[in-house]
Design a protein around this ligand. Structure first.
Ligand code: IMP
Length: 188
């Protein structure tokens, strides 16, 4: 595929991370900030799939675009906040998560991203990326966004928020999904 691909988001942090990897292809990444009610569903796949359906059918968006959704799934909280990650980040935030986990020894968690690619006339393809890691005891670092200050990816000592963009982009849930997307697009 060549030309312009749009990312549906209002999050500049995400744009930087994805753009960095799409640069290897002859694709320009634009953004579309479409206000719409995010469907509440049980899985990231459903959120992405129904979100794309809504954008195409209700909003009439007929361009190649990506809609992604991510979530932090904490083992000792039975996967919470998971699909509710955006709501929880906007309400109780990282301090609230640390409070909920006070005294918990098992701090393992998985960050997941599902990326949906819509190409007009071709339908939707989904790409998944996930990375295991641990929730810190306190917030650390000022880079990145969202849960970055409380998540240390497996094999690292720094939180995502203590890493530069380049360091976070070496490996993350979003990069794992983006690499699958890049591989797919390079064959289109
Ligand atoms: P979204 O629905 O993909 O925008 O993400 C759901 C929630 O998870 C939002 O509050 C984001 O800030 C947060 N989030 C998504 N990706 C990341 C990440 O890479 N690091 C930290 N937080 C993230």
């Amino acid at each position: 595929m060549k030309g312009k691909l749009y990312l549906i988001t209002g999050n500049p942090g995400k744009v930087k991370e994805i753009k960095n990897r799409l640069d290897v292809l002859d694709i320009e990444l634009g953004t579309l900030q479409e206000d719409f009610v995010e469907v509440q569903a049980d899985t990231l796949e459903e959120v992405v799939f129904f979100g794309i359906e809504h954008l195409v059918r209700e909003k009439g968006i007929d361009l190649p675009f990506i809609k992604d959704d991510s979530g932090l799934f904490i083992d000792s909280l039975d996967g919470f906040p998971g699909v509710y990650s955006a709501y929880v980040q906007d309400t109780i935030g990282n301090d609230g998560i640390l409070k909920l986990m006070k005294g918990m020894d098992d701090r393992t968690a998985t960050f997941k991203t599902v990326m949906g690619l819509h190409i007009p006339g071709e339908g939707v393809s989904l790409f998944r990326g996930e990375i295991r890691g641990e929730i810190t005891l306190e917030k650390r670092g000022f880079f990145g966004f969202g849960y970055d200050p409380i998540f240390i990816p497996e094999g690292a000592e720094k939180t995502f928020a203590e890493m530069t963009l380049e360091e976070k982009n070496r490996d993350s849930h979003r990069i794992r999904a983006t690499m699958k997307l890049v591989d797919h697009l390079s064959k289109e």
